[in-house]
Ligand binder design. Sequence first.
Ligand SMILES: Cc1cc2nc3c(=O)[nH]c(=O)nc-3n(C[C@H](O)[C@H](O)[C@H](O)COP(=O)(O)O)c2cc1C
Length: 211
Amino acid sequence: MGNLSPHYVVPISVKPLVVAITGASGSVYGLRFVKVVTELGIPITLTISNAAGLVIREELGIDLEGRAQIEKLFDPETIANISYYAEEEMTAPIASGSYPTRGMVVIPSSTTSFAKIANGISDTLIERAAECTIKEGRRLVVVPRETPMSAIHLENLLKLTRLGVRVVPAIPAFYSGAQKIEELVDFVIGKVLDQLEIPHTLYPRWIGSAH
Ligand SMILES: Cc1cc2nc3c(=O)[nH]c(=O)nc-3n(C[C@H](O)[C@H](O)[C@H](O)COP(=O)(O)O)c2cc1C
């Protein structure tokens, strides 16, 4: 048998949030999300798809050389709060629903990843962890990035929504007066945190028009 721990209870305070960064444009959303969540004191179990590695190289000029070199992506304090598993590591704790987590965020989510999650095709750790999150009734947030969307995309997102998955498209709002790309990124990150009921001050909330 594998690594069973019959008497081990994971304290609520250290239950990790599972984060998957997949190969959609907007890898900066995933990296920023990980940094913000660890700064809030929440540990993360992280996976980065192989395709996300390609996107990171294109968008951020960071070459992971096909391996998970998270030291190239995060500072040491952030890394101290991350457990990392490659998408091939099907023996990772998060491949089992018996491993307790706070839920999972796929950010950004490629159309491929959310299609596989919506249809129960779990051939990588990312989809398997998402499958476990759904079957255990935990919160799953998917942050798709594609435009335009076809009926295939929309049907898959509708299916996920009907399963209770929160779909938070990577679409920032502009009423918050953002001046910099970082503020637009933080708006989306804040919207994801809202779905997880994690308090934050990443974007100013609308309190009505002054007019
Ligand atoms: C530079 C680049 C940008 C991409 N942007 C997107 C995108 O915005 N949305 C998307 O769904 N796929 C995008 N793709 C395609 C996905 O990476 C591809 O479908 C991949 O198989 C997804 O695999 P994954 O879901 O395992 O990460 C992009 C690929 C590259 C190389």
